[in-house]
Design a protein around this ligand. Structure first.
Ligand code: HEC
Ligand code: HEC
Ligand code: HEC
Ligand code: HEC
Ligand code: HEC
Length: 202
């Protein structure tokens, strides 16, 4: 009941809040509703630096693929290396003295990578390939990139610390594979994702 109430309150907050207001942190017990209506599927991961996706991907409109360069042609999407952050942040005075940016430069000066923790993590016996999904939905169906990543990650551009909001279970993968997916944006021809065990299991 309390969670439902909080969900309603946060919905109201999101409606009246200004676009640049800090979004609510996703959280709460597993199974409770987050303010955007997703189920909270895991505890909030404590990251070494709280990276604000909403300021980079939503407010500044930086493409997901600019940072997650692996998604278009690899199995793994890749978290950007620290030099990509520094390349921009060494020229940005407005936030240079903020605690999180100081921490960023501390890692840089120590020549240490930022020890980001994994949020979405399938067991090792599952084979998952970003490229095939991104090629299909983004390059061939021509859907917006935020929507495509969102099928499996939710609306990351509105999150601060990324949260897992989809179950990523076997039944969840297969239920999407069973649907008719258009092969591209010009023909009405459809096809499915694979059901064979070996396609997803090593
Ligand atoms: C400026 C660079 C940048 C941009 C742009 C960006 N991200 Fe990220 N992303 C990161 C960093 C850094 C992390 C690691 C911190 C974290 O997990 O919160 C991350 C983490 C993630 C994760 C969690 C990874 C895991 O461990 O499972 C997902 C999913 C993700 N981003 C999706 C997106 C999507 C979708 C977009 C576009 C809407 C996007 N990102 C835009 C830098 C970026
Ligand atoms: C394309 C340029 C660009 C890149 C690349 C970039 N940032 Fe930023 N970042 C900005 C700008 C501009 C701001 C200030 C935005 C604002 O004022 O709302 C910012 C704000 C931030 C803030 C919030 C600071 C605060 O407390 O107000 C953090 C934290 C941050 N960036 C971390 C990172 C990390 C970590 C990376 C690398 C994964 C990264 N940024 C990559 C441009 C960038
Ligand atoms: C069809 C579902 C699906 C789509 C679409 C998808 N992802 Fe993922 N993503 C996953 C799964 C599943 C994992 C966990 C993979 C693992 O643990 O092996 C993951 C992991 C990640 C990670 C952590 C690093 C990694 O690759 O393991 C990042 C970052 C990420 N995704 C970003 C993105 C971005 C950005 C997009 C859009 C360009 C995107 N994803 C589209 C399902 C998806
Ligand atoms: C949004 C719908 C959707 C979701 C969710 C989804 N898939 Fe897929 N998947 C597809 C479609 C469509 C294809 C066919 C892509 C193509 O080749 O055009 C596909 C293809 C694949 C392939 C074949 C790629 C190859 O390398 O041969 C694998 C393996 C796969 N998916 C695994 C997964 C796993 C594991 C998950 C869950 C973590 C998942 N998928 C979630 C729609 C989805
Ligand atoms: C579309 C991808 C996909 C296909 C096809 C698929 N699996 Fe899975 N399977 C997964 C994923 C993802 C997980 C991990 C689920 C999790 O972490 O909760 C999994 C987990 C499992 C597990 C471990 C379950 C558990 O409860 O620990 C077994 C056993 C399994 N699969 C067998 C099969 C068999 C047998 C088939 C063929 C009939 C099959 N899978 C087809 C994606 C798939």
């Amino acid at each position: 009941m309390i969670h439902r109430l909080l969900a309603v309150l946060s919905f109201v907050f999101l409606c009246v809040g200004t676009a640049s207001a800090e979004p609510l942190k996703w959280g709460g017990p597993i199974g409770s509703q987050t303010s955007d209506g997703y189920n909270a599927l895991g505890p909030v991961v404590k990251q070494p630096i709280e990276f604000p996706h909403y300021r980079h991907a939503r407010d500044m409109g930086i493409s997901c693929l600019y940072c997650h360069t692996g998604a278009r042609r690899g199995y793994v999407s890749v978290i950007p290396r620290i030099d990509k952050c520094i390349g921009c942040h060494q020229n940005i005075e407005s936030v240079r003295n903020k605690p999180r940016i100081k921490k960023l430069f501390e890692y840089w000066e120590k020549k240490e990578p930022i020890p980001w923790k994994k949020v979405n993590d399938l067991p090792d016996y599952v084979r998952f390939n970003h490229e095939r999904h991104v090629q299909r939905f983004y390059f061939r169906q021509n859907r917006p990139i935020r929507e495509v990543c969102g099928y499996c990650h939710g609306d990351v551009a509105n999150m601060t610390v990324d949260r897992r909001v989809k179950s990523l279970s076997m039944g969840w993968c297969i239920s999407c594979h069973q649907k008719d997916h258009r092969e591209n944006d010009v023909s009405m021809k459809t096809s499915h994702g694979p059901y064979e065990c070996w396609q997803c299991h090593k």
